[in-house]
Design a protein around this ligand. Structure first.
Ligand code: NDP
Length: 429
């Protein structure tokens, strides 16, 4: 029961009460809680190991996404995000889905792609044939650079040779790109793959007589996909003063819009990534890599489209998401950054595949919240109330004054710093 992600009334509790609950639910020691919630002075020695020219730490809010259940398991979702409404939205949508049985999700193995660019190879078909004939040799060489990965059941396992037409420019030679497929197991894998891609380059040159230029992973990790889905009875969607049928219709219209129009799809996917990026940061993932992969995948058919899709099936609204997720439980900053470690502990996953499934479910939940509001009352009502808090603080309100100023700003429907200053001055007069 302690692992339940249902924490009714959590948002109304004081910060201290939330810490107590968090420590209990996440099985955190007082020291771990201090690290996770940044109650201690920033660990300057740690940041100094992470990047160059470090001068300090830039803090962002950490919150908890609630109610998430994936494949019958509850997960508390640590989220680092500066934007109001994201966490409330994901918690609300997760609650709707939870009452309908929760998210179902699946993820592939951690198959990543390393690219080696070959030039000056002569006849492209002959070069390709030589490389494919030397496949076993190249794979063995790649694995020799990271034998422990192979011992764990992963490692380089396939090789493909792609010939691409030359883009416009002074070079007429078609591009010859070797793809090395590597199962990076519990790691995101960028460094592992880059080492292997650089390692096999001399043999690629030797086999073909060509010259290698770039050797690096591809962030379009389309061999490493995660999927999540949910199925909600239409009647239980009712809310926001609207019937379930109307809410469902709004969501279907939002889905059509995103499939038909890249201008809408970009915003639709930004909403998906609101959730995924926040949990990515909280767990030490490379969110630029995730972003790059997601948007490139959204464009895989040559036209940018939505990462999620909503349909109606037997009186149920069904949502699906599919996207590449190159995540890690080891590697990069994950073991170095104590906050990332604790974020992962809180999330309660034991494999990187499970982590990917939770990320996919968070993305779908975030999208559900957005399209549910957008297809009915709109998001401004909820957003402006949250925005008003920021405006009140900007105008100088502190402590109990913040809520008072927010209430009056929302009542007057004029959420501007100037208005907040006037309200504050009147309160303090
Ligand atoms: P690491 O280079 O830290 O490699 C992961 C290490 O974890 C391996 O060397 C392996 O060492 C160890 N390990 C322990 N247990 C396991 C396990 N079960 N499965 C797999 N590995 C295990 O990290 P990555 O290769 O994942 O690289 C990620 C970093 O690369 C990120 O920080 C990212 O920002 C960065 N990066 C990203 C790029 C991009 O996206 N374009 C480009 C370049 C870098 P051993 O086998 O010896 O135990």
């Amino acid at each position: 029961a302690t692992r339940s992600s249902r924490l009714p009334g959590f948002h109304r509790r004081s910060m201290e009460e939330r810490w107590r609950e968090l420590a209990l639910r996440g099985d955190l020691t007082p020291e771990e809680l201090r690290v996770l919630c940044a109650l201690d002075a920033p660990h300057l020695d740690v940041v100094n190991q992470m990047i160059e020219n470090a001068v300090g730490v830039f803090a962002l809010p950490l919150g908890l996404g609630l109610n998430l259940t994936v494949n019958g398991r509850d997960h508390l979702v640590p989220m680092v995000v500066e934007e109001p409404s994201v966490i409330a939205a994901v918690s609300l949508a997760s609650k709707l889905v939870r009452e309908a049985g929760g998210f179902l999700a699946e993820a592939s193995t951690s198959m990543m792609i390393g690219q080696v660019q070959l030039t000056g190879y002569g006849d492209p078909e002959l070069a390709r044939a030589r490389l494919l004939a030397g496949r076993e040799h190249l794979l063995a060489l790649a694995n020799s650079f990271h034998p422990s990965l192979e011992k764990r059941g992963g490692g380089a396992c396939d090789l493909q040779v792609r010939i691409l037409p030359a883009p416009e420019g002074p070079h007429a030679e078609p591009l010859l790109i070797v793809h090395l497929l590597v199962d990076t197991q519990e790691a995101m894998g960028a460094n592992l793959i880059n080492t292997m891609a650089e390692g096999i380059a001399p043999l690629v040159e030797q086999m073909t007589g060509g010259r290698v230029y770039l050797r690096i992973l591809s962030n379009l990790a389309d061999q490493r996909l995660a999927r999540a889905s949910c199925r909600i009875p239409v009647a239980s969607l009712a809310g926001l003063g609207t019937s379930g049928q109307d809410i469902a219709e709004g969501i279907l219209q939002a889905s059509r819009f995103a499939r038909a129009d890249p201008y809408r799809a970009a915003t639709h996917n930004k909403g998906v990534m609101n959730g995924i990026d926040a949990v990515a940061i909280a767990t030490g993932q490379d969110w630029r890599a995730i972003e790059a992969g997601a948007h490139a995948y959204a464009c895989r058919d040559g036209r940018y489209g939505p990462l999620t899709n909503w349909t109606m099936e037997d009186g149920h609204l069904v949502g699906r998401i599919e996207l590449p997720l190159a995540l890690g439980l080891v590697g990069g900053p994950i073991k170095v950054h104590p906050g990332a470690q604790l974020g992962l502990k809180l999330l309660g996953v034991s494999t990187v595949r499970e982590l990917s499934m939770v990320f996919a479910a968070v993305g779908l939940a975030q999208n559900l919240a957005a399209v549910r509001a957008l297809g009915s009352v709109g998001i401004q009502k909820g957003h402006m109330a949250m925005h008003a808090r920021c405006v009140a603080v900007t105008a100088g309100a502190r402590g109990a004054d913040v809520e008072k100023v927010v209430r009056l700003l929302v009542e007057r429907g004029n959420i501007k710093v100037e208005a907040a200053r006037e309200i504050l001055a009147a309160l303090q007069a």
